[in-house]
Design a protein around this ligand. Sequence first.
Ligand code: RP5
Length: 164
Amino acid sequence: MEQSVVGVVMGSESDWEVMRAAVEHLQALAIPCEQRVVSAHRTPDLLFDYAAGAAPRGLRCIIAGAGGAAHLPGMLAAKTIVPVLGVPVPSRHLQGLDSLLSIVQMPKGVPVATFAIGAAGAANAALFAAAMLAGADAALARRLLDFRARQETAVMAMTLPETG
Ligand code: RP5
């Protein structure tokens, strides 16, 4: 199997329905990726191991989805200089506003790029990762431009119902 260049991690298997959008977009662009559950508060040692191994294993960025708190993307970013893209996962009581504000409000010095709440954010994190990687990968740049072109074609074909 090809070496992953993007790692997609999430705090729980309950995050998968949101985070699968990131994996699906990476796979559609033929970007080698991996996905796994890494919980900051329930498996802290695994988090440290994952962060320590990220650069040596060839990961170029990490997409981290978290519900309720920023500790997964935040602590990953604290333990590696591999860029971390944070996806706020909708939470049961505050619908992901808690996730968004905690991730986007990382204190100065250790950045986490923060995306929209939910599947749109997960998809955009993957597309952002693709754009970062495309600078050094002409074939990926072409695939990303093709994706944009197909998206444009689909919107141009949209019609609305007649009214009145
Ligand atoms: C966070 O707690 C996870 O990212 C998840 O969004 C949330 C709830 O986890 P579960 O109780 O569903 O395992 O760590």
